[in-house]
Ligand binder design. Structure first.
Ligand code: NAI
Length: 709
């Protein structure tokens, strides 16, 4: 047997007449420079060796090839480039077979597409997820895929980045055969033998006929462009994917490859790629916290929820959907019945839309039980309180939980603003008390702020993160303060928006400027959607503690006094005639805004959209710096993830702190100092921001990794 190391990461071995090439680069066989070099050398050797009649490429470990090595992006590129490797594989004069198990993603699928025959075993995941990182396939994915399977499915795969399983891959023609036994190597060798026995020749994807009907392909490309303009507004790489496919259609495979490469390099250099890759890494780091490095989670098999209103019902659904039983407590029987209905309504609508079967609904609801007696919580492992946002009510609930819950049960509050240290201190077990701040609707929104009070034990924090994982939420560690990470920073930049509105920008211009920045909605659309009454109640509660010198814009109060709470009342900042979900600007609101400006003695001025964005973001970044300075967030990436998952911050901009680095912190600080000339109380530069600018440092330099157990 001839076993040769072509590099450390790719081995070749002659199995009869078949050259077995194994990519062995744990954990996912990513296509780093050594793997590319090894593959190139191996295919070259196989092509030259007269003893070799066919080639089989497999991955060692759990995957075929997971994709490019994304840590190489943005660095000097080491040859050979992947397109060169793929072209060489495709050009091989002997049949090349790829046998796929686990992930064949991005460059991994492109290697497989360059092979002449493909086999996949159960559990294989094929896909071109580059688009999710602001990229596009760069090694023939935009050329070989549509030729092989047709333009519509190829664009679907490349524009969504979704994973395709083995059976679907066979149906699409992405693979030729399924390996029933699941033994990739044995199946691959058997396939190679079968091909040799039938004298199968190399069969190149570049020659496949998926683009033959030019008129139909043109129509599909036009449709994809229109759809992408709507769905991927503001994104750079999706249109480039379509451009590359079109170039291959118009000018042939080789020119298509060149265009693809040029566009790929444009994507690599785009700030969107940097933002999306930051988001990708940040979301992996965010779940590693100091507490997780120190402790193991407690076991959670049964969850209690106190309160069946908007949040309690949503939280209960999230827990039920994760397969755990829920016991709900309400203050009286009618409220409990309402709580149950709040949950049932959601499942009924899923059933009505065909997204859930009646049997699955019944099975899910069978895990729910409710009571008006706290004793029903005696055996739960964790309880989440979601009652009215009033300290006295919370104290009453926690006194009951303290009385009935078993030792070691985790006692969590979903409070938005209240002091969790105070809630914990009133119990006999402050080490078990933690904040679990869900976002509305709690069964949909991905973000969960895990709020860590001073006395909580590390294993309770670890438990909260484990629960988040069970609920498929992204958890961010936050410290105790008014509003934690998200709502605290939101309060400040929303105030900056209100100042802009009072000073001359219309709410409609502000919303549009922020939509153009990449938000799905502007702040006044969000306010109309959430209900103006919620913010109004918070403002009234805070009136007594507000700094009397601070500027207070009353426009929203004027609307609320008229009962204009937004969508649910048919008007707010916008008009929603006949239950419309998209609002139209309201001239009466503009009159009210004018009147408020006059009352406050403000001579309105104009703002450009860019100025609006600059002020809104400067307020966000400055308060973000304060939150870091006070250790409410331990790292800038915690703030980034909070805003990406809970507040609609455009993912391709990476989050506010990443964005600040791309603008330049000195520039942000200069903006804040400029704005401070008019309002020094509001625009106070954060000491951390000043310090970073003095040291010529970035927020990124403060990101650190905590190892988990
Ligand atoms: P809600 O008013 O819809 O529901 C509160 C529920 O608690 C009601 O069903 C009420 O009957 C029940 N309740 C009141 N006192 C009780 C007691 N002593 N024992 C048992 N049940 C009792 O309020 P919502 O919006 O669900 O808010 C609940 C908590 O979640 C608040 O602390 C709020 O700040 C927080 N929160 C709210 C968000 C939102 O968007 N609505 C987002 C994140 C947190």
């Amino acid at each position: 047997m001839d076993v040769a190391q072509t590099t450390d990461k790719v081995t070749r071995e002659l199995r009869g007449a078949v050259m077995l090439i194994t990519v062995d680069h744990p954990p996912v066989n990513a296509l780093g420079a050594e793997v590319r070099r090894g593959l190139l050398a191996a295919i070259e050797a196989a092509d030259q060796d007269p003893a070799v009649h066919a080639v089989l490429i497999v991955g060692a470990g759990s995957h075929f090839i997971g994709g490019a090595d994304i840590r190489e992006f943005g660095k000097t590129r080491t040859p050979p480039a992947l397109p060169e490797v793929c072209d060489r594989i495709e050009a091989c004069r002997k049949p090349v077979i790829a046998a796929i198990h686990g992930a064949a993603l991005g460059g991994g699928l492109e290697v497989a597409l360059a092979a002449h025959y493909r086999l996949a075993v159960d559990g294989a995941k094929l896909g071109l997820p580059e688009v999710q990182l602001g990229l596009m396939p760069g090694a023939g994915g935009t050329q070989r895929t549509p030729r092989l399977i047709g333009v519509v499915p190829a664009l679907d795969i490349a524009l969504t980045g979704r994973h395709v399983g083995a059976a679907e891959a066979l149906a699409l023609g992405l693979v030729d055969r399924l390996g029933e036994s699941g033994d990739t190597l044995a199946e691959g060798l058997a396939y190679a033998q079968a091909l040799l026995a039938s004298h199968a020749a190399p069969r190149r994807s570049r020659d496949a006929q998926g683009l033959a009907d030019v008129a139909a392909v043109k129509a599909a490309l036009a449709a994809a462009r229109a759809d992408t303009a709507k769905k991927s507004r503001g994104l750079f790489s999706p249109m480039k994917i379509i451009d590359a496919v079109e170039a291959g259609l118009d000018h042939g495979f080789d020119q298509g490859m060149k265009t693809e490469r040029a566009l790929f390099l444009e994507c690599i250099d785009s700030p969107q790629r940097a933002g999306l890759i930051h988001a990708f890494f940040a979301e992996r780091e965010v779940s590693k916290t100091p507490e997780l490095a120190a402790a193991k989670p407690r076991k959670i098999a049964h969850v209690g929820v106190v309160g069946g209103g908007t949040m309690g019902a949503g939280i209960a659904i999230a827990v039920l959907d994760a397969g755990l039983p829920v016991t709900m407590i309400e203050r009286d029987t009618p409220s409990l019945e309402r709580g149950r209905q709040n949950i049932e309504k959601v499942y009924d609508s899923l059933v009505a839309r065909g997204r859930m079967t009646p049997d699955a609904k019944a099975a899910t609801l069978a895990r729910w039980n409710g009571s008006t007696q706290y004793e029903a919580l005696a055996s739960v492992d964790l309880v989440i309180e979601a009652v009215f946002e009033e300290m006295a009510v919370k104290h009453g609930v926690f006194a009951e939980l303290d009385r009935v819950c078993k030792p070691g049960a985790v006692l969590a509050t979903n409070t938005s603003y209240l002091d969790i240290d105070e809630i914990a201190a009133r119990t006999s077990r402050p080490a078990d008390v933690i904040g679990l701040h869900f976002f509305s609707p709690a069964n949909v929104m991905k973000l969960l702020e895990v709020v860590v009070p001073a006395q909580v034990s590390a294993d309770v924090v670890a438990t909260a993160f484990a629960l988040a994982k069970t609920l498929r939420k992204t958890a961010v560690r936050a410290g105790v303060c008014d509003g934690f990470i998200g709502n605290r920073i939101l309060g400040v930049y929303k105030t900056a928006a209100d100042h802009l509105m009072a000073d001359g920008a219309s709410p409609y211009q502000i919303d549009k400027a922020l939509r153009d920045f990449g938000y799905p909605m502007g702040p006044y659309q969000v306010s109309d959607l959430a209900g103006g009454d919620i913010g109004w109640a918070t403002r009234k509660r805070r009136a007594a503690t507000r700094d009397p010198r601070a500027r207070y814009v009353q426009i929203a109060d004027r609307l609320c006094e008229r009962g204009w709470f937004g969508q649910k009342t048919g008007r707010g900042f916008y008009l929603y005639p006949d239950g419309a979900r998209t609002g139209t600007p309201d001239p009466e609101v503009e009159t009210i805004v004018d009147a408020e400006r006059a009352r406050a003695g403000i001579a309105p001025r104009t703002f450009t959209d860019a100025e609006i964005v600059r002020r809104y973001l400067a307020a966000m970044i400055n308060e973000g710096a304060n939150v870091l300075h006070e250790r409410i967030a331990l790292r800038p990436l915690d703030i980034d993830v909070t805003f990406l998952y809970g507040y609609g911050f455009p993912r391709y901009r990476g989050g506010p702190m990443h964005y600040a680095d791309t603008v330049g912190l000195a520039k942000v600080l200069a903006d804040i100092r400029e704005f401070a000339a008019d309002d020094p109380l509001f625009w106070r530069p954060s000491p951390l921001l000043v310090d970073l600018v003095e040291r010529d440092a970035t927020f990124a330099s403060l990101n650190q990794s905590f190892q988990s157990k």
